[in-house]
Write a new protein. Structure first.
Length: 268
């Protein structure tokens, strides 16, 4: 079979890994993916197959729609099911043939979602503060200092409410390391009156000397727009559904226990 370039779309539970990028003697998302691709015979090594990844999420951050690309002779129709059989906590659910020069790193837009637990925040204030970050700004205070250009354009920040959480959606072509989590921290602190309102925003002359980090486990990479359509692999989707449904039941049981415990101690 002739070698083709494939884009693979996948999800993962980031709390089960030491981040996305491969690390020696550490369980990572990328390491799990590459090992699975080798085991099923889709690639020999990441170097030889022109492997590229779209977003390298931090430790604890999950994803519903990350993307990698590579060259392979493996049948695209069977790729998702094959690699899923060799992975835990990572689920491939769409694979499509792309042009040879395709690189998922160059995306049109990335969409991140943060689930912020409700406490004493003012929702109207949260929305007003979020608007300060939209547009082109110098976000050097919202990431580690390195040689990367700190100028970024945030296309939109939308805040809605869902049960016990505020759902904060961020859309931009690219983000700096920890940028989303630092913005969430700032919005949370400001809307709870723990820092002065005038300090909330990207302006370096006003913000606090130290900008904190919101916890990583509530951040999800929802989707990446690379300008291509990913048909969902039906067989892979059925297998993923069974696994996730089992996890939902287990989580629901733990939540029920926690609620019962809270009720028990509140009656003391």
């Amino acid at each position: 079979m002739e070698e083709r370039r494939i884009a693979l779309k996948f999800a993962y539970d980031g709390t089960s890994f030491h981040g996305f990028q491969r690390q020696p003697d550490r369980r990572t998302v990328e390491g799990t993916l590459v090992d699975a691709l080798r085991k099923v015979g889709a690639i020999k090594s990441s170097r030889e197959c022109g492997y590229r990844s779209s977003s390298r999420t931090d430790r604890g951050v999950s994803a519903l729609g990350n993307i990698i690309s590579f060259n392979t002779k493996f049948a695209v129709d069977h790729l998702c099911a094959a690699v899923n059989s060799e992975m835990e906590d990572v689920w491939a659910y769409a694979a499509v043939e792309v042009e040879q020069d395709f690189n998922p790193r160059f995306a049109k837009q990335r969409w991140y979602r943060y689930f912020l637990a409700k406490s004493d925040q003012d929702p109207d204030m949260m929305k007003a503060m979020s608007r300060r970050f939209v547009g082109v700004h110098d976000f050097s205070g919202y990431s580690r200092r390195d040689d990367r250009n700190p100028m970024r354009k945030i296309d939109a920040i939308n805040i809605t409410q869902e049960g016990m959480f505020y759902v904060i959606d961020f859309r931009a072509e690219s983000f700096l390391w920890n940028m989303v989590r630092r913005i969430v921290w700032m919005i949370d602190e400001g809307s709870s009156s723990r820092i002065p309102l005038e300090q909330v925003g990207p302006d370096a002359s006003r913000r606090p000397r130290r900008v904190g980090l919101a916890p990583p486990e509530y951040l999800v990479l929802m989707a990446i727009d690379c300008g291509i359509l990913f048909p969902v692999d039906r067989k892979a989707a059925i297998g993923i559904s069974r696994t996730v449904e089992r996890r939902v039941r287990q989580t629901a049981a733990r939540v029920a226990f926690s609620q019962s415990l809270l009720k028990q101690v509140s009656e003391v």
